[in-house]
Structure formats: C-alpha cells, structure tokens
Write a protein that binds this ligand. Structure first.
Ligand code: GN1
Ligand code: MG
Length: 381
C-alpha cells in the first residue's frame, strides 16, 4: 500500500478501492451522496459500479457489529426476495450486497491509517431525492419503508447487535443536551436562545415513545434507523421504490423512529438544509401520500397502538433531530459534518420549525392516520 505519510486523500481512497477490486480495476472514483457521518464514494470499474464507504468509527465504535448485522439482514432477506421474485407480478427490490476485499476473510478492509472501509453493490438505474415535492414520490418513499419493514420485521431482535446504543432514545439525547449546555463555549445568540426556549417547552414530551414501550404498547422490532427520503432508491423508469440504502443503523428499535424519520424528511419540501426558515412547513398532502404508501405494505404487521403513535412519532423525531443538531452545535460540531460553524445550528432551527408546523397540524395528522387506518381495515388485502 502507498505510504500513508505521503498519500493524498484521493490516492488513499484509490488504494482502498484496489484492495477490494484489484490493481488497475478502478476507472473512476467520485464522492457519493451527502451523508453527515460516513465518507461515501462511487467506484466505477469496467464492469459494475460499487459504493465504497469509510465508516465513522467515532460514531460506530464497533464497526464489526455493523457488518455482522448486514450479514444477518442479507441472510434473512435474500431468500424472501427470491421467493417473491417467483410470484406473478413481482416488483423489483434490491438489497445492497456486501463485497469483501480480495485478501483475508473479513468483509471489510482496515487501512494503515486506521480507517474501516467496506464495499457494497451499487443500485443501478435508480436515483434518490433530497427534497420531495410530489405526492407520488412521497408515496414511493412510504412504500419503500413499508416494504423494507415487511421484509425485516420477523428477524428475531436477539440476532441483531445494538450497534449504536441509545440511537433515537430521545430522553438520552435530552440528557446529552443538558450536559452540552453546561459545558459549551459557544457564545449565546438570539438563535441559541430560541433553541433553548423551544427545547425547554418540550422536555416532558421527549419520553412519549419510550414510555409507550415501557407500558408494552410498542414493541422493539428490527428497524432501518435512518430512512430519510434520500435513502430510498427509486427506479429511474417506473419511479417505484426499489431499495433502501445506508443500512448501518439496522438494529432493534421502534418502527416509529423510522416512520417519524420518513415523515419528517419526506413532508418538508424545503429540505433539511434549507436556509430560509419561512419556507419550512410540514405538508399534510405529502404525509397522506407517504402513509398511504407505507400502510399498503405494512398492514400485515402494524398494530392499533403502532397507528396511534404515528403522529407523535412525526413530531418527536423532527424535534429529536433538531435537539441532536443543536447539541452538536454546542459541542463544537463533533458528530455531524458541518460546512461552517453555525451549520448545525441552522439545521436545528429547520427541524424545530418543522416540529412547530407538525404541532400546528397535529389534529389533522391524527385524523389523517385514523382515516387511513379505517380505509385499510375495510380493504380486502
Ligand atoms: C445522519 O449520515 P447520514 O446523513 O446518513 C444521522 C441520522 C440523521 C441524519 C440527518 C448514524 O445520517 O440519524 O437523521 O444524519 N446518522 C447517524 O441528515 O447519526
Ligand atoms: Mg445514515
């Protein structure tokens, strides 16, 4: 391998790519997507294309467990997909495949600089959308999440490792926020005061899902963990959802973390990187489409309690992401990649504005879920 002391980031990535595909195999390497945590590249070889990722080991401290979960996921889902593909009228669905390096027995590559790298297949003839503007797209994001949940809901939770303890457990993020608030060196401003006030008014709401879990109303199941709209791949010609990508956070959790994340990302046409807060609004029309798509796939395993907590999940996961971004701003941007010092503050303000918009329409959202549940209960499938 190239001497790490002299190697530029690009030559380092090339050396790693060659560890998976062999010397001279790589035709092009380009950054892929806009993930906030891992580093992701698209590899073009003479034949297929691949996704190469450096896992952020400050976040995923046991990356081997992430890979183990991917193995369990693949072993569970692939036979189901083969079975489904034999059915008449079957629809395209793909699961990114892990490609091991050429040497050794592990499914990942550790380079001498300490990076933990893995390679997966690339979903061809598909795209993802950062900001949803059409109901049809929202419906497909919902359908994709529903299909993914349908494929994984029966993986026994004890077969999956908890790769990110406390992930989406909002009361824990609240504790971390309080610690950050005490220790921060960030200067107070109108925006930070607004965030602090916003959080203070919602502290008691933070436990809504965890309390429902403690009461036995909600059960842990395998989840995706990060099903924001741009992690759902849509077929280029049909527009249909055909894969969920970014599978690092597949682990036991509440499906509400996923449904809430899907709703918060799908129903904010301004997107989470928006700079004009006036534009941030939760669209009930997109929520209707997203939930119609989701429930059409999920009706076989979703319970009345699950349905009951969907509006709260939309509100909570938007709020939680705002809380996480704001905490990271107070901590000096150590978790989410940031382009400038107030980037995570701006992202927090967007999520809090979205939370407010959800709160203003909570009754309508509750009515919508009730209406869709009744419609499904009356439907033949
Ligand atoms: C992070 O890295 P990325 O963009 O896939 C984060 C998610 C957030 C998301 C917000 C492991 O995901 O929880 O919802 O940013 N992932 C992790 O864009 O914390
Ligand atoms: Mg992710």
């Amino acid at each position: 391998m190239t001497d790490p002391a002299t190697c530029s980031p690009d030559s380092q990535v090339l050396a790693v790519a060659e560890a998976f595909h062999g010397p001279g195999a790589i035709e092009a390497i380009d950054p892929l997507g806009n993930g906030n945590v891992n580093d992701t590249y698209l590899l073009r070889t003479g034949g297929a294309s691949y996704v190469l990722q450096r896992l952020n080991t400050a976040v995923f401290s046991k990356p081997e467990q992430v890979m183990e979960n991917l193995r369990v996921l693949g072993e569970h889902v692939q036979p189901k997909l083969q079975e489904e593909s034999r059915q008449p009228g079957s629809r395209r669905w793909e699961l990114p495949q892990v490609i091991g390096p050429r040497a050794g027995t592990e499914l990942w590559h550790c380079c001498s600089e300490g990076g933990f790298w893995r390679c997966t297949s690339y979903i061809e003839n598909a795209c993802s959308i950062d900001r949803i503007e059409q109901s049809q797209q929202a419906k497909q994001v919902g359908a994709g999440l529903g299909r993914f949940h349908r494929l994984i809901h029966d993986i026994p939770c004890d077969q999956l490792q908890d790769t990110l303890e406390g992930f989406h457990v909002t009361p824990l993020y609240l504790e971390q926020y309080h610690q950050a608030l005490v220790r921060t060196t960030v200067k107070p401003s109108e925006a930070t005061d607004a965030c602090i006030g916003f959080i203070r008014e919602r502290e008691s709401f933070c436990a809504v899902l965890e309390q429902a879990k403690a009461r036995g109303e909600l059960l842990e199941r395998p989840i995706h963990g990060d099903p924001k709209c741009n992690n759902v791949m849509l077929d280029l010609s049909s527009g249909e959802a055909i894969a969920l990508i970014d599978l690092d956070t597949v682990k036991p959790g509440l499906i509400h973390y996923d449904i809430g994340d899907g709703l918060r990302s799908c129903c904010n046409p301004a997107g989470e990187e928006c700079e004009d807060l006036e534009q941030v609004v939760f669209s009930l029309d997109l929520a209707r489409a997203m939930l119609e798509g989701y429930l059409a796939e999920a009706h076989g395993f979703i319970t009345p309690w699950d349905l009951h907590y969907i509006p709260a999940a939309a509100r909570l996961i938007s709020f939680e992401l705002g809380l996480r971004f704001f905490t990271d701003h107070l901590n000096g941007n150590v978790y989410f990649k940031a382009d400038h010092p107030t980037h995570n503050l701006q992202r927090a303000l967007v999520q809090f504005r979205l939370t407010e918009s959800i709160e203003q329409q909570l009754m309508e959202l509750e009515q919508l879920v009730a209406e869709l549940s009744t419609a499904r209960a009356g439907s033949p499938c």
